[in-house]
Design a protein around this ligand. Structure first.
Ligand SMILES: [Zn+2]
Ligand SMILES: [Zn+2]
Length: 221
């Protein structure tokens, strides 16, 4: 069979590879294994198949690159994912912390025609409900800084929870409970580099975060 459409597994890989590439990170199998929570041997087998089907190439340093066909498929699945998140949150009122996981189950079976209709109905969003840019709208994130770069006393507006943080359901519940969500205002109450923690004062709560999480949240001063 001549493979025209990527399988759901391949789509998951393409999405993660595209996101890492967008962030300017080098992409190797070990990183995918960690992010996709799949064993290294399984990743190796899937990558081989993806090279065979011309979604990606691998250079001499074992770094992975998307082919033009790979980019197109990645953009398509990311767009479907983000539009589905909006549909779930705006129309079905699924809680913000759960829309990523739910969208992940649906996105693979949406046609381009339906995605186009969703885009129109949702007024052409530039980012997902977590503030991550739809492919082609990356410039909206330009002035948003990682929370980790803020200092004590800085006031900020939350703009974005990075895609890789969306994957952690417990974290997303915690963020929603404390209203650490796009458009919410806060202030840095305390920053303790020796302890690698940063404490936010949000509207109704004090929120301690580790530096690892603070690198995945983006704010505007
Ligand atoms: Zn998502
Ligand atoms: Zn999202």
């Amino acid at each position: 069979m001549n493979e025209i459409n990527p399988t759901p597994t391949v789509e998951d890989y393409l999405g993660v590879i595209y996101t890492l590439d967008r962030d300017g990170e080098s992409i190797i199998g070990a990183k995918l294994s960690e992010l996709l929570e799949v064993s290294p041997p399984t990743v190796t087998v899937t990558l081989k198949r993806m090279i065979r089907d011309q979604w990606i190439t691998m250079d001499a340093r074992k770094e992975i690159h998307l082919t033009p066909k790979g980019i197109e498929a990645a953009v398509s699945i990311i767009r479907k994912h983000m539009l589905t998140e909006w549909m779930l949150s705006r129309i079905l009122e699924v809680p913000w912390s759960q829309v990523h996981e739910e969208a992940h189950k649906i996105e693979h079976s949406i046609s381009v025609d339906v995605a186009d209709k969703m885009q129109e109905r949702l007024d052409d969003p530039e980012c997902c409900p977590h503030g991550n840019p739809l492919p082609g709208h990356e410039e909206i994130t330009q002035n948003w800084k990682p929370l980790i770069e803020m200092e004590e006393g800085d006031r900020f507006i939350i703009r974005r929870i990075h895609e890789f943080a969306e994957e952690d359901g417990n974290l997303m519940n915690f963020l929603q409970k404390n209203k650490v969500q796009p458009d919410q205002i806060g202030i840095i109450k305390e920053k303790m580099p020796f302890n690698e923690t940063i404490t936010l004062q949000m509207e109704n709560s004090t929120v301690p975060l580790g530096f690892k999480i603070a690198k995945l949240l983006f704010v505007e001063k």
